[in-house]
Design a protein around this ligand. Structure first.
Ligand code: SAM
Length: 258
């Protein structure tokens, strides 16, 4: 019995010849450079937001993202990020998802269903500046509001009713000042263990004739915010680098409040 257990944890037997371990070494080196030996961000710079998506692949993925539907409602997330959210949901088991940027409500509907599949009674709050047709679902509260005045859209009386842990998703205007406004607002209300995901830093790597207007807003905002508050957040490397270095539309932007 004892021998069997030893056998099972023999590290040599864990090495899989089909796996390229240099990939893991590169990922660990990146983590060490940015976190050092502590758990929070120590060094961060804009270069570290680069993804390892090959340009051709990314162009195709983006075309698919813009055509994706969930239960006949447009849903603007990459297949990579949908799986990353699933990893996070099963690990965090968020009782509330707060989303800034609803569009047609596809992501709110998807979050509601995914939480329910995990046996969580979903509370989804989704804020958007535009009034668009959206699914009617008792689990989702759609609120008209501006990311620049979140205190109006999400007053304290509402926030204090929302059970923890929270998963907050900033997916609205993608400009530097709008991302920073969302980061600043939620920084004041997040508790230890809550998550904040700033979406679409990938705009820096998409065709600049269309996406250049965002001027690398999400990445610059996350970079400046984390540099100013290194002790308050941990970048979730498991998620950022799950498929390879920053193979996500949200590079370095899966953040856990510490
Ligand atoms: C990328 S879409 C959201 C996509 C949606 N979360 C999904 O995954 O399917 C961005 C949304 O942000 C909204 N938006 C833009 N500027 C905003 C602002 N200042 N405040 C709140 N919402 C804003 C837009 O109206 C749009 O519906």
């Amino acid at each position: 019995m004892f021998c069997k257990n030893v056998d099972r944890i023999n590290p040599l037997k864990l090495i899989n010849p089909d796996v390229d371990y240099t990939f893991f070494c590169a990922i660990w080196a990146r983590r060490f450079l940015m976190h050092g030996t502590c758990n929070t961000v120590t060094k961060i710079n804009l270069d570290s937001f680069k993804t390892s998506f090959p340009a051709k692949l990314l162009a195709g993925v983006q075309k698919g993202v813009m055509r994706t539907q969930y239960r006949s409602v447009p849903l603007y997330k990459s297949p990579f990020d949908l799986v990353l959210y699933l990893q996070l949901i099963s690990r965090l088991r968020p009782a509330t998802v707060i989303e800034i940027g609803a569009k047609f409500g596809g992501s709110a509907l998807w979050f509601a269903d995914m939480l329910a599949l995990h046996g969580i009674s979903p509370r989804i709050v989704s804020v958007d500046i535009e009034d668009l047709p959206r699914p009617s679902d008792s689990r989702i509260l759609f609120i008209h509001g501006d990311v620049l005045s979140l205190g109006v859209a999400l007053p304290n009386e509402l926030l204090k009713e929302l059970p923890r842990p929270w998963l907050v998703v900033e997916d609205s205007a993608h400009y530097y000042h709008t991302c920073l406004a969302a980061l600043t607002f939620f920084d004041a209300c997040l508790e230890k263990g809550d998550y904040l995901v700033v979406e679409d830093g990938i705009v820096a790597e998409l065709p600049q004739n269309i996406y250049g207007r965002y001027e690398n807003g999400p990445n610059r905002a996350v970079n400046d915010f984390l540099s100013a508050h290194p002790e308050r957040y941990k970048i979730d490397w498991e998620l950022c680098d799950f498929y390879g270095r920053n193979i996500t539309y949200n590079p370095n932007a899966w953040l856990c409040r510490t």
